[in-house]
Design a protein around this ligand. Structure first.
Ligand SMILES: [Zn+2]
Length: 541
């Protein structure tokens, strides 16, 4: 069994190395000429959902600013969805398509600084998710009363799975968006932002939600179901925050019990990361027919109203059963993913590394530092070191799944190096303030932490984010002497660690060359403190 698992891991590693990128990946993952010249200021998205056909249709009016005069505009929409027509200033616009990228030939002169609008009408049967949220798409299901229960999840595959937009992570509509969902009368829609209006039509209702802040496209969602709603006012760092909850009618009692963790989450994360980044849009936790997703201001939830990750503790330490993984993890993304968003998915460790780490910080806040350490150290067994954390740029390319657990362990290691928890907390809060509502590169995050911590981290980042090598401390005991050095490191890698020598903590500062430290009594036992994500081995003297 163990061998089979090993072979499987090996296979995954080889197949991911062999991945080749296509022109379609470049069109999707880079700032193409058809994208570079215009900046989205607002999306006005209208979608009618037809459950009996498993189809949708609608329009997206894109408001944009012209940065450079150009007339060919790239819009993304994935097959089998199709663009029916495009209109600018009342005129039909022609377009050509290359796979999922569509090139509009705008006729009006696009002058630098102009603010224009273009409306794209679309329809089709969006891809059905086989295994949401990982394999993205729509989930069409019903509750136990046979009422429709429908949602989308499209983190990896992208928002253009169901609506037309500039589908690149560096682009967020600066002034927010409106999401109007028309659906059969027996369900309600919960989308991002705040509910502004409900319009009664003949056999349907239209739910109009307004988002005040820039929003990452994969975070846009619809959630249709026979929901019950309750809410509370949370007195947070920026004042009164509306926290609203929606679960299927049949799960009301379970939801009311389990969702008590949401204000606890808010308390812990505001402490560590600073104010919730979307007070204007409120915070919502909404039941969905899949595990969960960090939809901005509208976190979706499908973790069976129980603690752990589907009832399991991913860390094996026991601490993972002290909280509901989906409430904590997906909400942690409000700070890292939705507030601070990667410009390129190659840097997605910014989303998942920090958010995986937020799980420990939740534990730290309520159960103390030891719980937090045991949890993150426990997660280490899930690290593959198959590929670097950072993926290839400009091709919609992701790094290893190590963005989660290795990302968290890198941050936990930096906390040890800073050795001042208040300072570390101010750095985490500073990140959310400095890069408030921004899209960023990993370099910006690396440089910020290096500068604010006063540590020389350049080689550290390269080692942990850009290679799969984990530094190894080799040591040997020789009477009162302890000898030590690093192997498996990049040139000039330096990082002090704590060695527990005869039961007492001592900082040592290994490098590629052997060094010695003398103790008052013979060195009998040595252990490198586990909080540092390094390997260690005693070698013959
Ligand atoms: Zn996540």
């Amino acid at each position: 069994m163990k061998n089979q698992l090993w072979l499987y891991v090996l296979f995954i590693s080889i197949s991911s190395f062999a991945q080749e990128y296509t022109r379609a990946d470049t069109l999707r993952g880079s700032i193409t000429p058809g994208r570079a010249w215009w900046d989205v200021t607002y999306y006005d998205l209208k979608v009618t959902v037809n459950p009996s056909e498993k189809s949708i249709s609608g329009s997206n009016t894109i408001s944009y600013k012209v940065l450079q005069p150009q007339n060919t505009m790239q819009i993304d929409l994935q097959a089998p969805m199709k663009i029916d027509s495009v209109v600018q200033d009342g005129q039909q616009i022609s377009f050509t398509s290359e796979g999922n990228a569509h090139f509009l030939e705008l006729e009006k002169e696009q002058k630098r600084g102009d603010k224009n609008k273009v409306t794209i009408f679309f329809s089709g049967k969006p891809k059905i998710a086989k295994r949401p949220p990982w394999d993205g798409g729509f989930t069409w299901t019903t509750d136990s009363n046979g009422v429709d229960f429908i949602a989308n999840a499209n983190q990896g595959i992208g928002a253009s799975l169901w609506w037309p937009l500039k589908d690149h992570p560096s682009e967020e509509p600066d002034e927010g968006m409106t999401i109007s969902i028309t659906a059969p009368k027996d369900v309600m829609d919960v989308s991002n932002g705040r509910l502004k209006e409900v319009i009664e039509n003949d056999s349907t209702k239209t739910w109009i939600w307004k988002v005040e802040n820039p929003i990452n496209a994969y975070g846009v969602n619809l959630s249709l179901g026979d929901y019950v709603h309750w809410g509370e006012k949370y007195m947070g760092e920026k004042g009164m925050l509306d926290m609203d909850y929606y679960v299927l009618r049949e799960n009301e009692a379970k939801g009311k019990k389990q969702f008590k963790q949401a204000p606890l989450m808010m308390e812990a994360f505001e402490h560590w990361f600073g104010p919730y980044p979307f007070y204007e849009d409120g915070y919502k936790l909404v039941e969905a027919p899949y595990l969960g997703m960090e939809h901005q201001s509208c976190v979706t939830y499908g973790n069976n109203f129980e603690n752990g990750y589907l009832g399991r503790d991913l860390s094996g330490s026991g601490w993972g059963l002290k909280f509901d993984f989906i409430i904590i993890h997906e909400s942690g993304h409000e700070w890292f993913a939705n507030n601070i968003t990667n410009k390129d998915v190659a840097d997605m460790w910014i989303h998942e590394g920090f958010t995986c780490y937020s799980e420990n910080l939740f534990l730290d806040y309520f159960f103390g530092k030891k719980a937090s350490s045991e949890y993150v150290i426990g997660l280490r067994k899930n690290i593959l070191n198959d590929r670097p954390i950072i993926g290839p740029y400009n091709v919609d390319g992701r790094g290893s799944s190590d963005i989660y657990y290795k990302g968290a362990n890198i941050l936990h290691t930096i906390r040890q190096l800073i050795n001042n928890d208040e300072r570390w907390r101010q750095i985490l809060r500073g990140l959310n303030k400095t890069f408030y509502h921004q899209t960023v590169t990993t370099k910006q995050i690396e440089n910020y932490i290096s500068k604010e911590s006063g540590l020389e981290l350049e080689v550290f980042w390269n080692q942990y984010l850009r290679t799969t090598k984990i530094p190894k401390v080799e040591y040997a005991k020789d009477g009162k002497l302890l000898k030590f050095r690093y192997t498996d490191i990049l040139n000039n890698f330096k990082m002090p660690v704590i060695a527990v020598v005869n039961g007492k903590e001592e900082w040592i500062d290994p490098s590629a060359n052997w060094q010695t430290k003398t103790f008052a009594t013979p060195v009998e036992s040595v252990e490198i403190k586990q909080d540092f994500y390094v390997n260690s081995e005693e070698v013959p003297e």
